[in-house]
Design a protein around this ligand. Structure first.
Ligand code: ATR
Length: 281
C-alpha cells in the first residue's frame, strides 16, 4: 500500500461473498508497499445478483484487476473477454486483469499449489495421486495435476456422484493420465505417492476426511486448509511420520502468481508470507 492514496493510485481487489475473513488484502498491500507501487488492494463483498454489475465496474472505474473467490469463480467467466487455456479447462477463474478495458481471466490456484508442492520437494510428474473432494478446489487441482503429468489420479468424495461427474468431465482432456473415481472401499489399504485433501473437513478441529491408519503407504499428505494450520489429517500424518504440508503455501503462491499477472513484476514472496502469518496469529 502506498503511504498516501492519491488520484493516480491503481486499485485492485477481491470479489467474493463473504470476503470479510480474507487475508488477501494484507498480503497484496504488503507487496505493493514493499515494491513502492502506487497501488492498493481492497475487498468487495459482491452478492451473486450483483456480479455482472461488479464486473462492468472494473472497466467502468478502470480498476487494475481482481481476485475472485467463492461463490463467483465459475460465474465470472461469461463476463470476461478472454481466458487462459488452463482456466478454460478448469472452468474457474481466480484472477482477472484489466488490459485497457479488456478483461482476461486466469486461475493461479494450481500454479500456487504446484509451487507449494515443489517447496516441499514433491514433483507431480509420474506420481500416483489420490485427491479427496470433488468441489471447485478439487477441479482445479485435478486438472492441474493431470496437466503436470501425474501418472494416475484417483478421486474420492463423500458424495460419490460428484466425484464421478468430475472424473468423467476431466478424463477426456488428459488421455495420458489415468483418472478414476474411487468409492470409500477403494481407500482401504491405500497406496499412493501423494494424498491431497481438498475437502473442507478439518476446518473444524475434530473432523478428518480419512483415517490414515487405513492406508498401506502414503508418500506425502497435502491439505489445502491453512486455518487451523494443522488439521486432524495433518496431525495424524505427523504422528505416523508421513511428510506433510498445509495450504498456506498454496494461498501464498497463488497470491504471488496473481501479483505477477497484474504487475509483470516478481512478487516479494517473504514479505507476503509474513503478512499472511501475521494474519493467522
Ligand atoms: P471448494 O470450492 O473449496 O472445493 P466446495 O465446492 O463447496 O468447496 O466443495 C467442498 C468439498 O468438501 C466437497 O467435496 C464436499 O463433499 P460433498 O460433495 O460430499 O459435499 C467436501 N466436504 C465438506 N465437508 C465434508 C466432510 N465433513 N467430510 C468429507 N467431505 C466434506
Amino acid at each position: 500500500m502506498p503511504s498516501s492514496v492519491t488520484a493516480t493510485t491503481r486499485v485492485y481487489g477481491l470479489i467474493g461473498h463473504p470476503v470479510s475473513h480474507s487475508f488477501s488484502p494484507a498480503m497484496h498491500n504488503a507487496a505493493f508497499q514493499e515494491l513502492g507501487l502506487d497501488s492498493i488492494y481492497g475487498a468487495f463483498d459482491v452478492t451473486p445478483e450483483r456480479l455482472e454489475e461488479a464486473l462492468r465496474g472494473v472497466c467502468g472505474l478502470n480498476l487494475g484487476g481482481l481476485n475472485v473467490t467463492v461463490p463467483h469463480k465459475s460465474n465470472v467467466i461469461p463476463y470476461l473477454d478472454n481466458l487462459d487455456p488452463l482456466a478454460e479447462t478448469i472452468g474457474a477463474v481466480n484472477t482477472i486483469v484489466n488490459q485497457n478495458g479488456s478483461l482476461r481471466g486466469t486461475s493461479t490456484d494450481f500454479a500456487g499449489f504446484l509451487r507449494s508442492l515443489k517447496e516441499n520437494d514433491v514433483e507431480p510428474e509420474g506420481l500416483e495421486i489420490v485427491v479427496l473432494g470433488a468441489g471447485g478446489s478439487a477441479r482445479a487441482l485435478l486438472a492441474g495435476l493431470a496437466d503436470a503429468k501425474a501418472k494416475s489420479i484417483r478421486v474420492w468424495n463423500r458424495t460419490a456422484s460428484r466425484a464421478h461427474s468430475l472424473v468423467e468431465e476431466i478424463k477426456p482432456v488428459f488421455p495420458n493420465c489415468m483418472i478414476e473415481h474411487i468409492h470409500s472401499e477403494g481407500l482401504n489399504d491405500l497406496d499412493c505417492d501423494l494424498l491431497v485433501n481438498t475437502t473442507s473437513a478439518g476446518m473444524q478441529e475434530q473432523e478428518s476426511p480419512f483415517d490414515l491408519n487405513h492406508a498401506n503407504r502414503i508418500g506425502h499428505v497435502a491439505d489445502i486448509i491453512y486455518n487451523p494450520p494443522k488439521t486432524p489429517l495433518l496431525k495424524q500424518a505427523e504422528q505416523l511420520g508421513i511428510p506433510n504440508h498445509n495450504g498456506l503455501g498454496m494461498l501464498l503462491y497463488q497470491g504471488c502468481e496473481s501479483f505477477t499477472f497484474w504487475t509483470g513484476m516478481e512478487a516479494p514472496v517473504e514479505v507476503m508470507r509474513q503478512a499472511l502469518v501475521s494474519q493467522l496469529n
